[in-house]
Design a protein around this ligand. Structure first.
Ligand code: NI
Length: 169
């Protein structure tokens, strides 16, 4: 099932999500739906708040479905170490058509549980490190625009407000 993606301006995107406590068939189905939703939107990551669920759960695939082994499920993820810096264009499915140069760590190590509750740690570099940080931020009510310059952030917010008024958001 493909969920509608919640856009910037909705409260669920700016609140602290609740830990995942139950790893069962319902969660597996949700994870499958999140992958389907993410692929349909051509994203490389999707967090549960983006489909309106305040849960500490996200999916990532930096190959956008090209490599099935690249599919990652992160439940209750925590960034436990970071190293270096990269500044690349970043976007978010909840802020469609907006992109901005966003500083992120070059490497990030995440500790999380998989769809079955099994704990793992994984270090990502480049785009994967960016995705770990971006998606974990979502679970803490944070969007990528909080990492860009104030000028850029204000410009994006202004444009979104305009679109909201025009009923285009
Ligand atoms: Ni996002």
């Amino acid at each position: 099932m493909i969920y509608p993606i919640v856009k910037y301006g909705k409260e669920v995107l700016e609140q602290l999500a609740e830990p995942v406590a139950t790893f069962d068939g319902t969660l597996e189905k949700l994870v499958a739906d999140m992958f389907e939703t993410m692929y349909a939107a051509n994203g490389v990551g999707l967090a549960a708040p983006q489909i309106g669920l305040a849960m500490r759960l996200c999916v990532i695939d930096t190959t956008t479905g090209q490599d099935p082994t690249a599919r990652l499920v992160l439940a209750n993820p925590e960034i436990i170490s970071i190293e270096g810096e990269q500044v690349e264009e970043e976007g978010c499915l909840s802020l469609p058509d907006f992109r901005a140069k966003t500083p992120r760590p070059l490497r990030a190590t995440v500790r999380a549980q998989d769809a079955h509750g099994k704990e793992f740690t994984m270090t990502g570099e480049g785009l994967l490190a960016r995705a770990f940080c971006h998606e974990t931020d979502h679970l803490n009510g944070r969007l990528f625009i909080s990492h860009v310059s104030r000028l850029k952030r204000d410009s994006i917010k202004r444009k979104v407000k305009k679109m909201m008024k025009a009923g285009e958001w």
